[in-house]
Design a protein around this ligand. Structure first.
Ligand SMILES: [Zn+2]
Ligand SMILES: [Zn+2]
Length: 257
């Protein structure tokens, strides 16, 4: 039997889309690891197979041209990990470890948490693009130093391994509202000068039936026109010009924060 994730991979759609599609054909509460009976996979193919193939976006012409011209070089380009927008604390406290040495520690109530793209800071991304919940990296130097948050807040003192996911109500969730707004629109990234990136990392947080999901642009870094996910959702500026994937047409799509 194939799992939900394996079937999603076969069709080139996201796990989140698979779960919603399965729900529509009466297979409820599926998760990426759920094994699917063959009859369910057949039913999925019957209902969605042609629609998915019809909605498949054409490959980005610029990128295809480049690949055709230099197939070996194109294969050698490893897809870089997307930047993770992380949770950042503007204040930390001092503590002592078991040996009595002074160490930095997170505050129980750090105030609103900010979002930060650590790529391009002096320390870089401590977790190389992986989400590592609960991990902490403290910035060195005096208290009035430290990199800038997405909203422009100076002197971030600690960054967490967790991804910053904008809440529906940022204030109630203890998030900086400006950071939440920027991240929801896929903004607030730091772009190190002179960096070359063959992939577009634009993304947008959108609520599908009250579930917050990320929409990732699957095109190359230099693409023109709309951002497009591999399910076929598109946008240019943000939520206001967002068009859901044809297969998500039945969902209630609302703005995050
Ligand atoms: Zn902020
Ligand atoms: Zn894009």
């Amino acid at each position: 039997m194939m799992t939900v994730h394996e079937v999603a991979e076969r069709y080139g759609v996201s796990d989140a889309f698979m779960v919603r599609a399965l729900d529509l054909i009466g297979f409820r509460d599926a998760e990426p690891g759920t094994a699917l009976p063959e009859a369910t996979v057949d039913r999925f193919e019957a209902v969605f197979g042609n629609k998915i193939r019809a909605a498949r976006p054409a490959p980005d012409p610029e990128f295809r041209a480049e690949s055709d011209a230099a197939p070996t070089a194109a294969r050698a380009v490893r897809k870089p990990k997307p930047h993770v927008m992380r949770v950042a604390h503007a204040a930390v406290t001092g503590s002592r470890d078991a040996q009595g040495n002074r160490v930095k520690a997170l505050l129980a109530n750090p105030g609103p948490v900010h979002a930060m793209d650590p790529v391009g800071t002096w320390d870089g991304d401590p977790w190389s693009g992986e989400v590592v919940p609960g991990a902490v990296h403290f910035f060195g130097g005096p208290l009035n130093s430290g990199p800038r948050a997405a909203c422009g807040w100076m002197h971030i003192r600690a960054v967490l391994g967790d991804a910053f996911v904008p809440a529906g109500d940022p204030r109630a969730a203890g998030q900086c509202p400006r950071c939440a707004e920027l991240v929801a629109e896929g903004k607030g990234f730091r772009s190190p000068p002179g960096s070359y990136d063959p992939f577009c990392h634009a993304f947008l947080y959108v609520k599908f039936n009250s579930q917050v999901e990320v929409q990732n642009c699957s095109l190359s870094g230099e693409h023109r026109g709309l951002h497009r996910t591999r399910d076929g959702a598109t946008w240019d500026i943000g939520f206001d010009d967002f068009t859901p994937a044809p297969l998500d047409a039945g969902c209630r799509v609302t703005k995050v924060s």
